[in-house]
Design a protein around this ligand. Structure first.
Ligand code: NAP
Length: 523
């Protein structure tokens, strides 16, 4: 058996994620899942804070923000005296809001920590204030709820059209401080012009160091592991270039449709909703140069260089699709969107090129879509074949692939070539060297913070590394805009694809033209 020590990776994770792992065993090819790591979460203390959630009764607050705060409370990361204040126009007192928060925690919090009075203790920190972002109702009362000595965090969990009004009134009512932070949700604009306008609006009231633009993909464990793997190991970085990497595939596939988000989604489409932000961030983390230090601006400077190095995408390097009805009776895209003539794409695949010294000649194939055959987010780094095999042609051609799974089953697989066991000469086979975090790290992995937990606490800690800077967002739109503009100019209609399939057929062509093919959704 061949041993695979993960010590370097683990050491880096310790530093980056403040998690401690102890390695009692090795990982072995073909049976890596037998390896065991013991993980002990270490909670980084934060200063006492006030967190005001504008849109505190909305879907995002109920599904993500409030349950995440509760889990951090259970982990001991919410200091005594901190206050969480939900804000919306609806009339409600503190008690009714706490009841709503309790229901949200029970429904979306994963069922942990709700017993033995923990939830009641958490709720003592929760309050509600009726405020209209567009008027002056409720603002003086909200100001009175804040404590001068606390770090102030304002979470704009509302549509972007309210950002300006909120920022203006926060200042008018004396709630902003030099250290306060503001969190804004996606979508950050729908093109370069609107993103610029939003950046300008925020810049009138806050400095860039105070603005946290959330892309929850960046808070995922595996996404950060990408940096640990690349920059914490001597193993991969020497091969991480066009000399050794044949191409890269990034797939973010969903099996669900657009659900209740029809109106928003139909105005956005897969390009704006997924590629401009999530997939772009993944491209950045794969393609960026090592930053001098693991510090917010050093990391973001390198990501920005990647986005600016992206070349224009030719028409024939793009596939655009729209899902049809499901065999189980689920509606087609147009019905779900309530727009029978919609030309919005629910699927997009494209070939991108990072035009710099490291990546010239190594294509990045991206695809994302809804109602596909599996829910799967995975990055495949496909290495070049050996230039010469000493084992002869009969040994066949073998390819090393590093697969980084973001969901489901966050983890990493390295496909390596070994001798097929047994007699009968030198026959080669490819086997996965597999590290599934949930299995490798055991039950404690479940206690690792999820993306929103991590990102919210990063805001409170004042760490912007995992948030997008204004110039990054603008550069991403500057690359995306011409693609969308070309579709609009041509009157492009997306190709239909079957629900539950791999997407439209011409997505295969993008790779087939380069004598390549997509790797399955679940490597
Ligand atoms: P939502 O369910 O429609 O909730 C909107 C919230 O804003 C409600 O609490 C609403 O309460 C409040 N609100 C609306 N107008 C207001 C005003 N004038 N003054 C004060 N409060 C006001 O929206 P959501 O799904 O939570 O989304 C919030 C933001 O996050 C959006 O920008 C969305 O694009 C983004 N986002 C959402 C998700 C998600 O999964 N839901 C994911 C990513 C990003 P009242 O009506 O009582 O005022």
């Amino acid at each position: 058996m061949v041993d695979f020590q993960l010590t370097d990776c683990i050491e880096t994770q310790k530093r980056l994620l403040a998690l401690t792992y102890m390695l009692p065993g090795n990982f072995t090819i073909g049976s890596a899942r037998k390896g065991h790591l013991t993980m002990v979460s270490r909670v980084i203390p934060v200063d006492t804070f006030d967190l005001v959630i504008f849109g505190g009764t909305g879907d995002l607050a109920r599904r993500k923000i409030l349950p995440s705060l509760f889990r951090r409370y259970c982990a001991g990361q919410v200091p005594d005296g901190s206050a969480i204040i939900g804000v919306a126009r609806g009339e409600m007192d503190d008690m009714s809001y706490r009841q709503m928060v309790a229901e949200a925690v029970r429904e979306y919090g994963g069922g942990r920590g709700c017993e033995d009075g923990t939830l009641d203790h958490f709720l003592e920190r929760v309050a509600y204030q009726t405020v209209d972002a567009l008027g002056d109702r409720g603002w003086p009362e909200l100001a009175k709820r804040l404590t001068a000595a606390h770090i102030r965090n304002f979470y704009f969990s509302v549509g972007p059209s309210l950002f300006g009004a909120l920022a203006k009134r926060l200042r008018k009512y004396g709630m902003t401080t030099p250290d306060c932070r503001v969190v804004v949700e996606k979508p950050f604009g729908r093109d370069l012009a609107t993103a610029r306008a939003l950046n300008q609006t925020l810049a009138e009231h806050f400095e860039e160091r105070q603005i946290y633009r959330i892309d929850h993909y960046l808070g995922k464990e595996t996404v950060q592991n990408l940096m640990a793997i690349r920059f914490g190991n001597v193993l991969f970085e020497p091969l991480w270039n066009s000399q050794y990497v044949d191409h890269i595939q990034i797939t973010v596939a969903e099996s669900v449709g657009i659900g209740g988000r029809g109106e928003y989604y139909d105005d956005a489409g897969a390009m704006r909703d997924m590629v401009q932000n999530h997939l772009m961030q993944l491209v950045c983390l794969i393609a960026m140069e090592p930053p001098a230090r693991f510090e917010p601006d050093a990391v973001r400077d390198e990501k920005l260089k990647v986005i600016r190095a992206l070349g224009p995408v030719a028409h024939h390097h793009i596939s655009r699709g729209q899902y049809g009805p499901g065999e189980d009776g689920t509606p087609d895209y147009r019905t779900a969107a309530g727009n029978p003539r919609s030309t919005t794409e629910s699927y997009v695949a494209l070939k991108a090129e990072v035009q710099n010294w490291r990546w010239a000649g190594t294509p990045f194939y991206l695809r994302t879509g809804k109602r596909l055959k599996a829910r799967s987010s995975v990055i495949n780094v496909v290495f070049k074949n050996l230039q010469h095999s000493i084992f002869g042609e009969e040994a066949g051609s073998h390819t090393n692939i590093l697969s980084i799974r973001l969901q489901p089953n966050e983890g990493i697989t390295l496909r390596v070539t070994i001798k097929e066991p047994g007699p009968g000469g030198m026959r080669l086979i490819d086997v996965p060297l597999d590290m599934t975090f949930a299995e490798a790290l055991g039950a404690e992995a479940e206690d690792a913070p999820d993306a929103y937990e991590r990102l919210i606490m990063d805001v409170i800690r004042g760490n912007q590394t995992l948030f997008m800077r204004g110039d990054e967002v603008e550069a991403a739109w500057a690359w995306t805009d011409p693609i969308i503009a070309a579709w609009e100019a041509r009157g492009d209609v997306p190709k239909p694809y079957d629900s539950g399939s791999a997407g439209p057929g011409d997505a295969e062509q993008i790779l087939a033209r380069d004598r390549r093919e997509w790797i399955g959704f679940t490597p």
